[in-house]
Each structure stands twice: as structure tokens, then as C-alpha cells.
Design a protein. Structure first.
Ligand code: FPP
Length: 264
């Protein structure tokens, strides 16, 4: 399969934020408040949130973002009123069914991370069908985190590592960070370069805890249904002004950059 987006023309993209990060991860917060401000029910906010998620996926695909991870339902969201949980499940199910063809036509691979075993069979089947259909696509990786929690991800990794050690397939003495990464749900993905949380709160909410160790964090007061291409470009522009040091000094990083430019 080739790498061109068939129904998402690149020319139409707003690109003033500068080069796109390779992996963007988003906590889509603020749907409930968006609805409340309009005197509407929370589910209306979630529907608009889903509509915006579609726009952001399109924009990221046009921009050449390699991986986009969206936090659709956390392992703690079961604590919400039963009616809201049920409607969120319905929205996720509906989105999988209606969007998968467009994703596939655009060479986008869909993957769901999280404890999907706790979902009803119908939803599990839709997830598995969408993942199978798009498995070979490589223009962009769309990762939907559903019933996901960083604690769950790390606990599952620990369990698998312990089992592998017990079976003699892994030497615990040689365990290192790379080993842990190989057992996480994101094992074949690069770590996020840019983490965005909309809706004004400044917390991670148990999202990709291991993976965001060196991710640049961006918090926006804009509520998720209003966080469109323009807002995303502002986040990308902000990201492009950061200096990623990974423990080194600013001078070291600047020196390495200058050396790279001389070689180019
Ligand atoms: C947080 O806003 C949002 C959620 C818990 C759900 C997000 C889900 C969607 C946008 C739909 C499904 C998306 C995909 C990609 C399949 P909130 O309800 O906590 O808002 P509030 O803080 O204003 O109450």
C-alpha cells in the first residue's frame, strides 16, 4: 500500500506551526463543560468531541503526523454515571463502525490500547475487525486508548515480565528499561513527542505514564470540542520552540545541533 492520502489532500493543510511532531498524544477534556455552557446534556458534548476528534485525525494525517493517540475512555471513567458510560461506549462503537472505511482508504492503521477484555462482545468484535482491516496501513497510526490506564499498562507489563521470567524466557538480572517497553501496550510505537490536554486541567490522569517521561507537555484552556486545526497548530508551534534536552545541558544540545547543521 502506498503512502498517499487519497481523500485527505495534503495541500489543504494548515501548517504554520512548523514541522509536525512524530507522535502526538491527547487528553480530550472539556466535553461536559462545553455542553453545560450551552444548557445541553453531557452526551451532546461528547458527540461534538467525537466530531472534533475526526477533524483532528484528518489534520494530523494531512500534516504527516506518524502517530496520534487519543484518550477516549480511562480505566477510571467507569465511575461516571451509568448512562454516560453507556453513551460513551455507544459513541466509541459507532465511531469504529462508521470511520474505519475512511481510515482504511487513507492508509491509516487503527489500534486500540487498554483493557478491552472488559468491554461487551459487540464492541470487542468491532475493535478487532477495525484493527484487522487496517493492520497493514502505514501512513499514520491512530491509537485509541479505551479503558486505558497507565497503571494498568505497567501492571500488565510487570505480569508478563514475571511470567516470562518464571518460564525461563527472560533473565531478571538483565531486565532494563528497553525490556519494560517491549511489554507495554505501546511496544511498537515511538514515545509521544507532544502531549496535549485540553479543558484547562493540568494533570496526566493516568495516561501513558511510562511513555511520557521525555514528552513535551502542552495544556490548553480550550474545551475539546473547540480544539480544532488552528489550536493544534498553536500547540505544534509551541512544541517547535522547546529544546528537548534528555538530561543534557542546553549548550550541549545547541552544540550538537550546530554540528548536525555543518554536516548537512
Ligand atoms: C473528557 O471530557 C472526555 C471523555 C472522557 C470522553 C472523550 C470521548 C470522545 C471525544 C468520544 C470518543 C472518541 C473516539 C476517538 C472514539 P469530560 O467529560 O471529562 O469533560 P468535563 O471535564 O468538561 O466534564
Amino acid at each position: 500500500m502506498n503512502n498517499t492520502l487519497k481523500i485527505i489532500p495534503r495541500a489543504a493543510a494548515v501548517t504554520h506551526g512548523g514541522p509536525a511532531p512524530r507522535h502526538i498524544a491527547i487528553v480530550m477534556d472539556g466535553n461536559g463543560r462545553w455542553a453545560a455552557r450551552r444548557g445541553r446534556r453531557r452526551v451532546v458534548g461528547h458527540r461534538h468531541g467525537l466530531h472534533n476528534a475526526r477533524e483532528v485525525v484528518r489534520h494530523c494525517a494531512r500534516r504527516g503526523v506518524r502517530c496520534l493517540t487519543l484518550f477516549a475512555f480511562s480505566s477510571e471513567n467507569w465511575r461516571r454515571p451509568a448512562d454516560e458510560v453507556q453513551r460513551l461506549m455507544g459513541l466509541i462503537q459507532g465511531a469504529l463502525e462508521t470511520e474505519v472505511d475512511e481510515l482504511h482508504k487513507n492508509n491509516i492503521r487503527l489500534r486500540v490500547i487498554g483493557n478491552v477484555a472488559q468491554f461487551e462482545k459487540k464492541l470487542r468484535d468491532s475493535i478487532s475487525a477495525a484493527e484487522t482491516l487496517t493492520a497493514a496501513n502505514d501512513a499514520m497510526h491512530l491509537v485509541v486508548a479505551a479503558n486505558y490506564g497507565g497503571h494498568w499498562d505497567l501492571t500488565e507489563a510487570c505480569r508478563s515480565i514475571a511470567m516470562a521470567a518464571r518460564a525461563g524466557a527472560l533473565d531478571p538480572v538483565r531486565l532494563c528499561a528497553d525490556t519494560v517497553e517491549r511489554f507495554l501496550s505501546t511496544r511498537d510505537l515511538p514515545p509521544p513527542d507532544l502531549f496535549i490536554r485540553t479543558g484547562g486541567e493540568k494533570r496526566l490522569s493516568n495516561f501513558l505514564l511510562w511513555q511520557v517521561a521525555y514528552t513535551e507537555l502542552f495544556f490548553s484552556d480550550v474545551l475539546w470540542p473547540d480544539f480544532g486545526a488552528e489550536a493544534l497548530e498553536q500547540a505544534i508551534a509551541d512544541y517547535n520552540h522547546r529544546q528537548r534536552r534528555y538530561g543534557r545541558t542546553a549548550a550541549q544540545v545547541a552544540g550538537a545541533g550546530a554540528a548536525e547543521e555543518r554536516r548537512a
